[in-house]
Design a binder for this molecule. Structure first.
Ligand code: SAM
Ligand code: DTB
Ligand code: SF4
Length: 329
């Protein structure tokens, strides 16, 4: 059973030097690493669902769901299992192989709501889809319960650098995040762990985030790269969009440093051109969220995504592909 620790196999100097290489050299190298470790021209299609929206007591500056922000969201109770499984079935029908459920909870509390989430995980897993949840902080026994229900991965992002973290959220700290990642690893669950770009962080902060992600042991199975979706009513509503080449640079560095991971283009694709997305795929991104909504904000329509993949000759990836390959070996 794995026990996540930060074993420094990359130095900050190495990651800084990599990050500062000419962009096209980076993309070229990342494309090679991608093709050595994954099937080229293949994309994992995933669907997100907010199973419990709004009313969160954390004060994340980017988030529409925080009680500290005024994004005008209606607070909702936890969805019913049958309704969630109906959405999962629809997602599967439309080609998604991974279903990710998010709750606006600061942390998991034991009780009926958590039991219901375990039932949802079980149901999604029984459908033959990969099941992922993101529920905030988690203890080891809770992680064990989710594992028993069939969870594939737990999403828990570091979001930014340790140095910049308190400019983004003050109600928890970086070590709280790392503790949950340790509990997830101890239960033998894959971590889906990445960050958000465009929060107002510096190049050094992006390097520091990538350095921490790459030194997690085990490395994350999936690295979501979110571009900030500026939400009216949050302190980051007026943030300037990050230069798109910085986004591609981060994707390429993540691919090189975390070669086996699925590099997942998460929030922000709606405002990113198809040419930039194609360059991100070249730089090693191999998973996207499809469907008109992320958790609370809009996402490109499924048809637009399939059209783009079709134009590029990219095919959707089968579910549990890595595990099948391991079993066959
Ligand atoms: N409450 C849980 C937590 O924070 O871990 C799970 C839900 S939270 C909404 C999941 C992730 O969505 C966050 O860690 C953050 O990376 C991303 N996210 C939230 N709002 C975003 C926004 N406006 N733009 C980009 N990414 C965002
Ligand atoms: C992740 O890193 N990005 C997804 C998923 N994990 C849960 C969430 C993106 C949320 C974007 C803002 C929203 O729709 O509320
Ligand atoms: Fe709550 Fe998660 Fe939003 Fe932070 S990101 S306010 S923890 S829902």
């Amino acid at each position: 059973m794995s026990n996540i620790q930060e074993i420094k196999s990359y130095t900050l100097e190495e990651v800084t030097a990599l990050y500062n290489r000419p962009l096209l050299d980076l993309v070229y190298e990342a494309a090679g690493v991608h093709r050595e470790n994954h099937t080229a021209n293949e994309m994992q299609m995933c669907t997100l669902l907010s199973i419990k929206t709004g009313g969160c007591t954390e004060d994340c500056g980017y988030c529409s769901q925080s009680l500290s922000n005024d994004a005008g969201l209606e607070k909702e109770v936890l969805l019913k299992t049958a309704d969630v499984l109906e959405q999962a079935r629809k997602a599967k029908e439309s080609g998604s192989t991974r279903f990710c459920m998010g709750a606006a909870w600061p942390k998991v509390l034991d009780g009926r709501a958590f039991d219901r989430v375990c039932d949802m995980v079980q149901g999604v897993s029984d459908m033959g889809m990969e099941a992922c949840v993101t529920l905030g902080m988690l203890t080891e026994p809770q992680a064990v319960k989710l594992k028993a229900a069939g969870l594939t991965a737990y999403n828990h992002n570091l979001d930014t650098s340790r140095e910049f973290y308190d400019k983004v959220v003050t109600t928890r700290n970086y070590d709280d995040r790392l503790d949950t990642l340790k509990n997830v690893a101890k239960a033998g669950i894959n971590a889906c762990c990445g960050g958000i770009l465009g929060l107002g962080e510096s190049d050094e902060d992006r390097v520091s985030l990538l350095y921490t992600l790459a030194n997690l042991n085990p490395q994350p199975e999936s690295v979501p790269i979110n571009m900030l979706v500026p939400v009216e009513g949050t302190p980051m509503a007026k943030n300037k969009m990050l230069d798109i080449f910085e986004w591609i640079r981060c994707i390429a560095v993540a691919r090189i440093l975390i070669p086996k991971a699925m590099v997942r283009l998460s929030a922000g694709r709606l405002t990113i051109s198809k040419e930039a997305q194609a360059m991100a795929f070249m730089a090693g991104a191999n998973a996207i969220f499809t469907g008109e909504k992320l958790l609370t904000t809009p996402n490109p329509e499924k048809d637009a995504d399939y059209e783009l993949l079709g134009e590029l000759g990219i095919k959707p990836r089968a579910p549990f592909k890595d595990e099948e390959q391991e079993e066959a070996a």
